[in-house]
Design a protein around this ligand. Structure first.
Ligand code: SF4
Ligand code: SF4
Ligand code: SF4
Length: 375
């Protein structure tokens, strides 16, 4: 059984598939502090990619409320029940990943949801962590909490779906690390559905094949960000590439935020798949809860986020979220502005640190009307 280094868990692990890393790795950053669960991302993906027969309950992008929401139902609780609670020695995982826990010869540890688990994508929406008694009002510090977790396929470094497929129908593209299911080769065994810890492969009962997020590869090939990223109302998302074959670059906003500053953290790194959607943890949620989701660096990440006002280089990278539909390859802070360039060196984004404020006269003399807030 080949062994390979997993940087998310700080050590080598066994992985039943031997492939060289891609030339560069597609990656995403989601700032959970800004998501409003409007589901625009969900609808954008659904209407473009999964509006066909058999895809009625397939959501490649979904947004769920934590602590109680989850789609398919309890996907993460079932994962945590099977995995022992994660224990870390510094940034090194002491417990086993899904590739190690059942012994090397077996497929990755997992479970296959039943059909009913896909029936209620918004179960638990807006539920808070405790009971709210009658007459409760906000008094400055709120003991209850919840937050919104947007989820897509992680285009993992060590994909469990790929490792589990007996038909070798799943592959990871060399040019960008996007993970795809070959619809011609797939015979619908659903071993990928069972193995993916994030439950981001879906079975289509009409085509009888498995399907998953395609990373919007036709857009990526043309230098554009994914649809779920471009459509995001809260501008919580950034989409680009991580450097894989050389040292991370300070002027690549994803390298800088993820690898150099480590502000954004992977979801359930203890599973061992090396996910490439990175989350900025919600400040108001107890760190103990978040550490099971995002690993041992949560408190450090929260501190960095709180101190952004005095960290212009990091703040500049975050200001570029949602500012363009082009993939930013290089960025720089120039005075009071953050500037981004695409792969061809063309400027595609320029965002001021301070938004200009325009004050309009309450009376429009040209039209002889008073202005209201809505006009
Ligand atoms: S569009 Fe953006 S803000 Fe709205 S739910 Fe999706 S990730 Fe959250
Ligand atoms: S998130 Fe799941 S479906 Fe996506 S690459 Fe990772 S293991 Fe495969
Ligand atoms: S990257 Fe594209 S295919 Fe994947 S969830 Fe987002 S919109 Fe859907």
């Amino acid at each position: 059984m080949p062994s390979r280094y997993n940087r998310h868990i700080g050590r080598d692990m066994t992985y039943p598939y031997d492939a060289s890393p891609p030339d560069r790795q597609v990656a995403y950053i989601f700032d959970t502090n800004k998501c409003i669960e409007c589901q625009t991302c969900t609808v954008a993906c659904k209407t473009c990619w999964t509006s066909g027969k058999g895809q009625e309950t397939i959501f490649w992008n979904n947004v769920e409320t934590k602590p109680y929401g989850g789609y398919p139902i309890q996907w993460d609780l079932r994962l945590l029940e099977k995995l022992e609670p994660a224990e870390w020695n510094g940034d090194r995982l002491s417990t086993s990943t899904i590739f190690e826990i059942d012994g090397e010869k077996k497929p990755p540890l997992g479970h296959r949801p039943v059909v009913e688990d896909y029936a209620a994508p918004n179960l638990g929406e807006d539920d808070v962590s405790g009971n709210v008694s009658g007459g409760t009002a906000f008094g400055g510090i709120h003991p209850m909490w919840m937050f919104y977790l947007a989820r897509i396929c992680n285009h993992c470094v060590h994909p469990a779906c790929l490792a589990a497929c007996p038909r070798k129908a799943i592959y990871k593209r060399q040019e960008d690390g996007i993970v795809l299911v070959d619809q011609e080769r797939c015979r619908g065994y659903q071993e990928c559905v069972r193995a993916c810890p994030y439950k981001k492969v879906f079975y289509n009962m009409v085509s009888r094949a498995s399907e998953k997020c395609i990373g919007c590869f036709p857009r990526v090939e043309n230098g554009m960000v994914a649809l779920c990223v471009e459509s995001c109302i809260g501008k919580i998302r950034m989409h680009g590439f991580l450097t894989t074959q050389a040292e991370p670059r300070e002027d690549n906003p994803l390298d800088y935020i993820i690898k150099i500053r480590k502000l954004a953290l992977p979801l359930y790194p203890q599973a061992g798949t090396g996910p490439n959607v990175y989350y900025i943890p919600p400040l108001h949620v107890p760190t103990g809860f978040l550490e099971q989701l995002f690993g041992p660096e949560v408190e450090r990440s929260k501190k960095m986020y709180r101190e952004l006002a005095s960290d212009p280089k990091l703040l500049g990278a975050l200001l570029l979220f949602g500012s363009t539909n082009r993939i930013i390859h290089r960025y720089e802070v120039q005075g009071e502005e953050a500037v981004g360039w695409d792969e061809h060196g063309e400027e595609v984004s320029r965002v001021p640190f301070q938004e200009p404020v325009y004050i309009r006269e309450h009376y429009d003399r040209a039209r002889s009307v008073y202005r209201h807030n809505t006009t």
